[in-house]
Design a protein around this ligand. Structure first.
Ligand code: GRG
Length: 298
């Protein structure tokens, strides 16, 4: 796992360099909006999604240079969702990744615009990546882009966020909880893997296995996040286990309990690893990534 951690970190650094490059050019806009976008984009995110996308593509012997603009766009979309999620109208958070949230530094109006601008710039960056592509590669690239934008939209992340907001202040079923997680968090992770498959021209069977893998790591990611929230708050006695007190939201742990949630994460890890076995290419990084997601400490 030690090797994996430094490997993951280095892959994240490579993504950072590529992201920095797309912000190099002169843009005809007031400096403050670029500063607000860069503030959150370079605030220390793990780069899980672009790394998952590029490493899926690499494992399947696809062209990582071709997929890179899609991976950068994906990270911009993720960053915009975090900026908007932190706003007073949503989670009203003061801190993200240990730093003041975007609206705390730049004000609410600029934070809304920075999120919007990141979404636009994601599309622009992804479309820029079509230059020089033709034939099947161009169609696969556009198919991946369609999947990414769908996963970010009403049938994906936004749908999950809406369901999450509607679930506040009431008891929800396990089915509703699954819907929220699969859409709010899972959809982007699944789109990363699907994009990797499309750019590498993976066969349908391989694609199906990798999609199942991504669904399992997506759910595990959220469960572990809920477990870490609880364990980080253990000293805070008197808090109902598993509830997000500030927003009165149910979490995975509040519905299943802490022990069952840990068992579920372990089961999902095992299933995710099973999905990779028959693929017949070097999936070592994707295996380690699944284990890292299920055992991470923060
Ligand atoms: C506002 C449209 C809109 C959507 C918000 C993704 C999301 C939907 C909200 C984020 C809130 C949240 C806690 C989601 C659960 C998933 C999660 C733990 C996201 C954080 O992802 P990481 O750990 O973040 O990959 P880093 O900081 O590494 O980039």
């Amino acid at each position: 796992m030690g090797d994996f951690k430094s490997d993951f970190k280095n892959k994240g650094i490579a993504i950072n360099q590529q992201l920095a490059e797309v912000f190099q050019k002169n843009m005809d806009t007031p400096e403050v909006i670029i500063e607000a976008m860069k503030y959150s984009l370079f605030a220390g995110g793990k780069r899980l999604r672009p790394v998952l996308m590029t490493e899926t593509c690499r494992a399947l012997c696809g062209d990582v240079d071709v997929i890179m603009p899609l991976a950068l766009g994906m990270e911009m979309i993720h960053t915009y969702s975090l900026i908007h999620d932190d706003l007073p109208a949503m989670d009203n958070d003061d801190l993200r990744r240990g730093k003041p949230t975007n609206h705390k530094v730049f004000g609410e109006a600029m934070a809304i615009l920075a999120g919007d601008a990141l979404l636009n710039y994601a599309v622009e960056t992804m479309l820029q990546g079509t230059q020089g592509l033709d034939g099947d590669m161009l169609s696969n690239y556009l198919a991946a882009m369609r999947i990414i934008m769908g996963a970010a939209g009403i049938s994906g992340m936004i749908g999950g966020q809406v369901a999450d907001i509607l679930s506040e202040e009431r008891v929800i079923s396990l089915q509703e909880m699954d819907y929220i997680h699969m859409h709010k968090t899972g959809a982007l992770l699944e789109a990363c893997v699907q994009s990797g498959c499309l750019i590498a021209g993976a066969e349908p069977a391989t694609q199906g296995r990798l999609i199942s893998y991504s669904q399992r790591i997506g759910l595990a990611f959220q469960i572990v996040d809920d477990i870490l929230d609880i364990e980080g708050n253990e000293a805070d006695l008197g808090k109902p286990i598993g509830s997000d007190e500030k927003n009165h939201k149910a979490t995975f742990v509040s519905l299943y309990g802490l022990d069952a949630s840990k068992l579920k994460a372990a089961e999902l890890e095992k299933e995710a690893l099973e999905m990779l076995k028959p693929i017949g290419v070097n999936t070592r990084f994707l295996e380690d990534l699944a284990s890292y997601i299920c055992h991470r400490q923060k």
